[in-house]
Every structure is written in structure tokens, then in C-alpha cells.
Design a protein around this ligand. Structure first.
Ligand SMILES: [Zn+2]
Length: 141
């Protein structure tokens, strides 16, 4: 079902803006369109709408094909690092200079030339064969 995307309406001469609540993708945060009943389940929880998002739809397909996915954040980096280590693959925080200071900007998985780097906001994908890949976060609009 196509999701409507009602534009904001500003009325002349009055300080009134009328807008419709918008749903953001729970995978990447991009706006998808107006909120409606499909956005809440029977218990009142927000539903997974990544399948409506051009950027995140491939992740939904990968999960259906048996892949494990994580969106890398500062908070879940240690958890993902531990899980990758348990698979027997070397992983550690990825450090870079940012504004003159050395900071962790993501997670490095693997070693040598085959290593991959996921930055905060990217999705890490573990395929059923044990290989890891990265689905980049969308570029800021
Ligand atoms: Zn998305």
C-alpha cells in the first residue's frame, strides 16, 4: 500500500502550521510518509517498516535469507564485537583522527586485506556462510 506524504500547510496571516505525523524508517531514520494504522501492532508497539524503505529493503531480504544483521551504534559495538569474536573472527573498534582527536568511529572485522570496516550507523551483515559484509548508512540528505 502506498503511504501518503501530506505536505505541511502554513496559512497566510496566522501563525499556524498544520502537519501530519510522519513515520521514520526504524532501520535508518529516513522519513517514509504519513503515520497510519499499519505503524502500530495490536499491543501498541511500532511495527518494522524497513520493507517500505528503499535503503533498508535489501536488509529485510537478507534477513529472510538467513542473514543476521545489526545496525552499529556506540552502544552496541561491544556486543557485536563479542559476537563476531565468538565466531572466531577478529574484531575491534576502528580508530580515526576526528577533529584532531583519536576516536572510535566504527568496528573493524577481520584482519589484513580482507578486513571490512563498518562505521556507526552502518549495518553489519553476517551471511549464513559466516562471511561479513557492510550495508552503508544512507548519506545525509
Ligand atoms: Zn530505512
Amino acid at each position: 500500500m502506498i503511504r501518503p506524504n501530506t505536505p505541511d500547510r502554513v496559512e497566510d496571516g496566522r501563525k499556524t502550521t498544520t502537519f501530519h505525523l510522519r513515520r521514520a524508517c526504524n532501520g535508518c531514520g529516513q522519513h517514509l510518509g504519513d503515520v497510519d494504522n499499519r505503524d502500530v501492532d495490536d499491543r501498541g508497539n511500532l511495527t518494522d517498516v524497513r520493507g517500505e524503505c528503499d535503503h533498508c529493503r535489501p536488509l529485510v531480504a537478507l534477513e529472510a535469507a538467513g542473514c543476521r544483521t545489526w545496525r552499529l551504534t556506540r552502544r552496541n559495538l561491544p556486543e557485536i564485537d563479542d559476537e563476531v569474536d565468538r565466531d572466531g573472527i577478529y574484531a575491534k573498534g576502528y580508530w580515526e583522527y576526528v577533529d584532531g582527536k583519536l576516536r572510535v568511529t566504527g568496528l573493524r572485522i577481520g584482519s589484513g586485506e580482507t578486513r571490512i570496516v563498518a562505521y556507526f550507523g552502518d549495518w553489519i551483515i553476517r551471511r549464513p556462510d559466516g562471511c561479513f559484509t557492510v550495508h552503508k548508512a544512507p548519506s545525509p540528505a
